[in-house]
Design a protein. Structure first.
Length: 74
């Protein structure tokens, strides 16, 4: 069996079960302790040796893109 080389993370839902919190930010950006939820997911993917990560987003999810753009620049 070939090793897994890519991870696809679905992050496109509206987050209606988390209303009203998701009116201000996407559910993937809601914090757990000190980091956004999606950050924990990406860290686990990287720790498993996967380097190609695809995050599938929908409209209104610019905060996710901005978060990871800033993280790379640091």
């Amino acid at each position: 069996m070939k090793p897994v080389r890519k991870a696809i993370i679905p992050a496109a839902g509206l987050g209606t079960r988390f209303l009203p919190a998701t009116k201000a930010q996407p559910k993937e950006m809601l914090p757990i302790v000190d980091k956004p939820t999606i950050q924990y997911i990406v860290e686990e993917v990287v720790a498993s040796g996967i380097e190609d990560i695809i995050i599938v987003t929908g409209r209104g999810k610019r905060a996710i893109e901005d978060h990871f753009d800033r993280s790379i620049e640091k």
